[in-house]
Design a protein around this ligand. Sequence first.
Ligand SMILES: Nc1ncnc2c1ncn2[C@@H]1O[C@H](COP(=O)(O)OP(=O)(O)O)[C@@H](O)[C@H]1O
Ligand SMILES: [Mg+2]
Length: 309
Amino acid sequence: MAEPRPVVTEGLAKTYKDFWGRGKVHALVGLDLSLERGEIFGLLGPNGSGKSTTIKLLLGLIFPTSGSARVLGSLPGTPAVNQRLGYLPEESYLHRFLTGEETVDFYGRLFGLGPAERRRRTAELLDLVGLDRRARARQLREYSKGMSRRIGLAQALVNDPELLLLDEPTSGLDPIGTREMKDLILHLKAQGKTILLSSHLLADVQDVCDRIGILDRGMLREIGRVKDLLLVRDVFQLQAKGVTPAVREAILAAARGAGAEVISESHPTTTLEDLFLRVVRAEAEGRPPPASVGRPADPDPPAPADGHG
Ligand SMILES: Nc1ncnc2c1ncn2[C@@H]1O[C@H](COP(=O)(O)OP(=O)(O)O)[C@@H](O)[C@H]1O
Ligand SMILES: [Mg+2]
């Protein structure tokens, strides 16, 4: 028998009621979603668009107003399903007075792991999420936002889940923390896990997601492969090295001669995230910052400003 899809929803909807039981907020409106095994799916949308509501419905923490969801082939919230999934909540609800080590151990106990297995698993997970010996002996109330996200992820992985629901895994992280979290998520995908993650920073996670869905006021407006969604089909772009001014003129002349409209021609730019990471890493390794980015390749001194040197 074929394995069921990890997540399937049909017309999944949630309307939060006010105090008098009247429908108030249409947090999710008729969501149809089907996740493939082993993919990273990004649920993107601004604050209040229904991302956390979707994840809570899939966990069985709240119940749909209409529509249905299947998680790993069963109804959300059933114990057999919960054994096989991991959840990183938007806000950590972990015990502030436990150390990192005690936290993972505590959740291992909840999943019925024996002492030896817990010790092994705790060390392995804390290594994986990059909490060092000193960090794991500190209480969570002393943790930075980045460390809190890491321990949250370690906790979500205690039961070696095949499906991970990560609510805003990169929120509050600086560029390095974000990159490390994304690398961790890719590592988990390489282990064969299926990952549903959410983010309100649309660009933050696009490079790790196989597919994304864009939510807006509870409605799924767009869904597809990141590459396809971002592709500008009617513009062609050429990148080349060793292009002398003469070659450049020849290319432009040929393009125009053949009837193409040249929209722009320029040096490619990198992302700010990439530039930041390259500069910071060069600094850490005692190297000069990369010269191939961030500086004009063909120095064009700026016009002197009036009055100031
Ligand atoms: N328990 C609740 N009671 C009433 N309204 C809620 C509740 N939880 C969320 N909402 C509302 O539902 C909408 C979607 O919220 P949420 O799913 O948390 O969005 P997101 O995670 O995308 O920021 C928002 O308008 C929010 O205010
Ligand atoms: Mg949310």
